[in-house]
Design a protein around this ligand. Structure first.
Ligand code: ADP
Ligand code: MG
Length: 355
């Protein structure tokens, strides 16, 4: 799960603030958003009747990573993801894409970056009702000025990718919610974006369909390796999909970590509340608890870094005192012991979780 950790930084969100209200700018002497005492500014914003929709938000998104922003409704998730593409203009801060501060580029350049480098998917699908599936998916290519034959070819490829072949001539109203969101996904991928922003893409769907779409999303990412910022208010969805999770509360980031880090070491009571009912054996993986030191083990009985404790535990029944752990390319990167499994579970017990 922590596969995003060792990769290069693609996008940096640095001390970003979005304050709504008549004197929003007055809290910042400098546009870079770095202030001596963020807590004090947050208090001043609130006391003066302004809204701090995003306050001092900082994180890096690594190349090829699924970075999830999770928080309750109103915590500032949509504000921050919109700040990343400047659909919402931050009050202060920096957004750095491939080393360039997006908040400093011209409007023309920004539009160009959005059209060519960014794909966006929204909760309400955002399809054009009078256009067919094919026309909807091809639309961003038309905006790019690509000729018709090429547009159709690429749109058909994306429609196939999301499993909607045969529905090209349907209109949005003739499709189910899940199918409409597949169109939304196909359209956002048509321009082959480097950055993929998804704002609660599955929140409007029924639980069963949501689960299918999550699997579908992971399947696509395995092929496409996009750099992804994915918003959700659903903690279990975040755990299933994330390489890393940022948890937001009242406009601020309260914790950033891998699913296992967040579950094993919640930063505060707010985060802990989300983790209460999470089955930890399904979240903590061999990669989270392995030791890289010590003797090399032959790979025959190896498990992958992604193997959950639930899958791992029965293996020790075979009388093994250590099991090799391999990475995506099959190289042995460490080993796990029964003691490591037990202490991971014990720490969970201390925190009073229901396994
Ligand atoms: N245009 C706006 N004017 C004033 N307040 C806003 C505006 N947009 C969002 N907000 C406020 O900012 C906070 C964060 O909103 P939002 O980013 O939409 O949260 P989330 O996506 O996590 O539900 C909320 O309190 C919301 O009411
Ligand atoms: Mg939102």
């Amino acid at each position: 799960m922590a596969s995003g950790l060792d990769r290069a930084t693609k996008l940096t969100c640095k001390n970003v603030w979005k304050v709504y209200g008549p004197q929003a700018d007055s809290f910042f002497t400098d546009g870079n958003g770095q202030v001596d005492d963020p807590d004090r500014i947050v208090a001043q914003v609130r006391e003066s009747g302004h809204i701090g929709a995003a306050c001092d938000v900082s994180f890096d998104v690594h190349e090829g990573e699924i970075f999830i922003i999770m928080g309750l409704s109103g915590s500032g998730k949509s504000t921050i993801v919109r700040c990343l593409s400047r659909l919402v203009e931050p009050t202060a801060g920096e957004v750095i894409l491939d080393g360039e501060n997006l908040l400093k580029v011209s409007k023309e350049k920004l539009i160009d970056i959005r059209r060519h480098k960014m794909g966006m998917v929204f909760q309400n699908f955002g399809l054009l009702p009078h256009l067919s599936v094919l026309e909807n998916v091809a639309f961003p290519l038309q905006v790019q000025g690509i000729d018709r034959a090429e547009r159709v070819r690429r749109a058909m490829e994306m429609i196939e990718l999301v499993g909607l072949n045969g529905r090209e001539t349907s209109y949005p109203r003739q499709l189910s919610g899940g199918q409409q969101q597949r169109v939304g996904i196909a359209r956002s991928l048509a321009v082959e974006p480097e950055l993929w922003f998804l704002d609660e893409p599955f929140s409007a769907l029924d639980p069963l369909i949501r689960r299918q779409m999550q699997d579908e999303f992971l399947r696509l990412q395995k092929m496409l390796h996009k750099t992804i910022v994915f918003i959700t208010h659903d903690f279990l969805e975040a755990l299933r999909l994330a390489d890393r999770i940022a948890i937001m509360k009242d406009g601020r980031v309260v914790q950033i970590g891998t699913p296992a880090e967040v579950v094993m070491k919640p930063a505060d009571a707010y985060v802990e509340e989300f983790t209460q009912d999470v089955p930890r054996v399904k979240v903590i993986t061999a990669g989270d608890i392995m030791s890289s030191a010590g003797r090399p083990l032959e790979g025959a009985k190896a498990v992958s870094t992604q193997t959950t404790l639930e899958q791992l535990m029965p293996r020790f029944g075979e009388g093994l005192d250590a099991i090799a752990v391999t990475n995506e390319s099959g190289t042995v990167v460490g080993h796990v012991t029964p003691q490591a499994v037990l202490s991971a579970l014990a720490s969970a017990h201390e925190e009073g979780s229901a396994l």
